[in-house]
Ligand binder design. Structure first.
Ligand SMILES: [Fe+2]
Length: 293
């Protein structure tokens, strides 16, 4: 037998070694580190489960279908990452948080760049349905000083548990979403509607995975925030409603105790900004503490 013409791929281990040798030529050191580790772990995973060709093809088609669900404001791959705990793992290990700084949590799939800008104190609900919510607080640095010119993106669900990007966004535009900029006092406040517990999108591919596996797809009611300010590390986080029924069963592992706050329920009366409310409403007070850049 002529051993020199024998394929280099007699064993799975030879395939792995051949692939690693090629990716060792990656010029950028960080990219090389990532690719070599990816190949090692991906191959080990395929061997561990003895991946079949049918299963491989199923996965390739699932990825193709997942791409079709992506659009501005909806990233189905992020929902997979969230549901597999990868997003929270990455946030947790990457964001080394000094004591006293607000905890980050995952970004989620629904951030939209270029959200409508509002004056501080404005109503960002833009017609979204739900119990009126007055939310306010401060953006502080680690020394407790107000952070001026902080750009705050906020986005959340309505009382059906839907985001604007899930419901006729092309025709209706943004709602329950906006951008605010703090003044010298670092204070933020806005009106909107109460978010509610909601299931992750029911119409994509990530939900199919969850239906076939954990069966858990609910997220506790929350507001999303992204805060960007000069000299501070950008903060991506949520504020969760302490009265949520699924606070301990978040489908995407995003809850941190320090991010759970009181969304206080009030009967009709006067709101913190003096507005007289003819029906029940809610209020929230929360201060963000940014870590230095
Ligand atoms: Fe959300």
């Amino acid at each position: 037998m002529n051993t020199t013409t024998s394929t280099a791929y007699d064993t799975t281990e030879q395939i792995t070694q051949e692939v690693l040798r090629r990716y060792e030529q990656t010029p950028d050191p960080r990219l090389r580190e990532i690719m070599l580790s990816l190949v090692r772990h991906l191959h080990a995973f395929a061997k561990d489960v003895r991946l079949t060709s049918e299963e491989w093809l199923f996965a390739m088609k699932a990825l193709e279908e997942t791409g079709r669900w992506c659009a501005p404001g909806r990233n189905e791959f992020i929902i997979f990452s969230d549901a597999l705990g990868l997003s929270m793992l990455t946030v947790t290990q990457d964001y080394r948080r000094p004591a006293g700084a607000t905890e980050p949590t995952l970004l989620g799939p629904f951030l939209l760049e270029g959200a409508p800008r509002f004056e501080m104190g404005a109503d960002i609900s833009a017609g979204a349905q739900g119990t009126p919510l007055h939310a306010q607080g401060r953006v502080l640095d680690l020394q407790g000083q107000p952070v001026a010119h902080a750009v705050i993106d906020v986005w959340h669900s309505d009382d059906r548990g839907l985001y604007d990007v899930q419901d006729g966004f092309e025709e209706n535009g943004a709602w329950a979403r906006g951008q605010l900029t703090t003044g010298a006092d670092g204070r933020w406040r806005f009106w909107s509607v109460m978010p509610v517990d909601y299931p992750i999108p029911q119409d994509g591919t990530a939900i199919e995975m969850l239906r076939a596996t954990t069966g858990r797809s609910m997220r506790p009611a929350h507001l999303h925030f992204r805060i960007v300010a000069q000299g501070q590390r950008p903060l991506v986080t949520h504020i969760f409603d302490r009265q949520s029924q699924v606070l301990h069963d978040d489908a995407v592992f995003g809850v941190r105790p320090s991010l759970v706050a009181d969304f206080v329920r009030h009967p009709a009366g006067t709101a913190p900004d003096g507005r007289v409310m003819g029906a029940a409403f809610c209020t929230l007070d929360y201060d963000f503490v940014m870590a230095p850049a």
